[in-house]
Ligand binder design. Sequence first.
Ligand code: HEM
Length: 540
Amino acid sequence: MLSTKLFRLVSHNGTRISMSTGVRITENPLDEKKFQHYKNLHELEKSDAKPVGWGEAKPFKSIPRPKPVPIFGNIWRFLPKIGNFHGLDFVEIQKLIWDQHGDIAVLEGLNGPPIVMLFNPKYFETLHRNEGVWPIRRGLASLDYFREMRKYTYPRFGMVQHQGEEWFKYRSVVNPILMQPRNNLQYIDKMNLVADELVDNVKFLAEQHNGEMPDNFNNELYKWSLESVGVVTLDKHLGCLKRDLDSHSETQQLIQSVLQVFELTYKLDILPSMYKYVSTSNWRKLVKALDFILKTNVKYINQTLDKLQTKEIDINDETSSVLQKLLKLDRNVAVGMSIDMMLAGIDTTGRVLAAGLYYLSKNPEKQTQLRNEAVALLQDKDTPITKEILAKASYLQGVIKEVTRLAPIAVGNLRTTVKNLIFGGYQVPSGTDVFTCNLALCTSDDYFPRAKEFLPERWLASGPKELSHKNTNPFVFLPFGFGPRSCIGKRLAHVELQTALLKIIRNFELQWPHEDMTFTTTALYGITQPLKLHVKCVNQ
Ligand code: HEM
């Protein structure tokens, strides 16, 4: 059952419900003039005009592509024995298409509409430079269905899913709060506490398992990312990293629900599924998981509202949390954003930390360089990390960039074009889905020298010139996307990752005595096997 307090937050028609906090709360703080300005720009950009050279460009239907067959489209390619995509990961499929068809190809006859796939940074640039002020990134259909089902209870569910005007209004409220480095660095003390708990748990697990991390260590990293997001969005230490966490506890259920959402949306939206016609068991599981996340978030937000009402916390305080700042502006956005941050901020950061620990354990020399930096900056193993320390940790920045080059969570970026465009001499009409295959290019020697190797120094101003990222078109490496639609949690993710990586490397030596890890694409990209790191405590 949903909390009855929920209805203090949002009414059925989405209008504001007054509360006696003594605080001015506006439903839509967006300046009308600013909104009209962007709306006009958007209308202007959405033109049917044909770009220069359109007449000479080849028609859309002549873009090279894996040929679909009647009825089965290209699905047959995934079948054993006959299909050339069988057993391949999505990134391997992209590389095959690139090899066979060149820098532009169409993938059609699968679950959704045709997708134009691009393999050239100049085309990426054309796409992003023409995406407009309200870029469209088609969301997952299953989440759209859910949003429709719950629209009266949660009118602002899912920024990721919104488009156009609705998206802009939502994002304009959140941008000044989440995209401000100052607001994210404000969490550094809390991030230190969360990272310390993770370090304690790694030490404990190493003692328990003869120095090897157990099979479920990946789960420990998800607990870390949920705890980190929780302190920001819910003003709450959820206690995810407590060692005796009961498998039926609310926190563990929250972690499982978030992970399930990713697994289920992949099954429902990317693999063939009948859920749009009949209520399948995966669809019912998705609704249950999302309802659980919503219910839990609303419960904690109501607790913050209670504190505001009793003046236990002051909403006008400069150092108030992201949740408090959002509540001050628009309560529906606060609810929606807390859920978005939970859906978008747990699996993502958890996966990148896992990949980072893997690459450091595989590359002892680079690990030593990072440790030297950590020892120079942190006098003791438990010295708290400050924003001044982070500003000096240049090798750490290089490590994070290199990890997101080799193991980004999104293998590319998706946009629906808002005008007619030409790529590589082919016409691509407005309204077409276009995907930039960034990871394929990031791991190609054509774009990064010794592209398969983990070389953080390529990102450093002091690094070898021949390796420098500056020789590469900047549109190749976009792990957080591009433009107004780029990741809103980017700065927060950086603070989380920097704090955890620096603390772990200051405390432990990591080794990887196993076969190379494989990475695969589901809804997100990342490691697939248990992260059974070998861990030794650092002496000094
Ligand atoms: C290392 C961790 C992360 C990576 C690599 C990452 C990457 C991305 C990417 C590639 C996009 C799509 C951007 C585009 O289409 O241009 C995105 C969108 C988004 N991310 Fe992240 N993300 C991370 C962490 C986070 C965190 C911690 C949060 C929440 C606090 C978050 C919230 C979002 C949201 C809400 C969107 C949708 C933005 C919109 O549609 O306007 N992400 N992220």
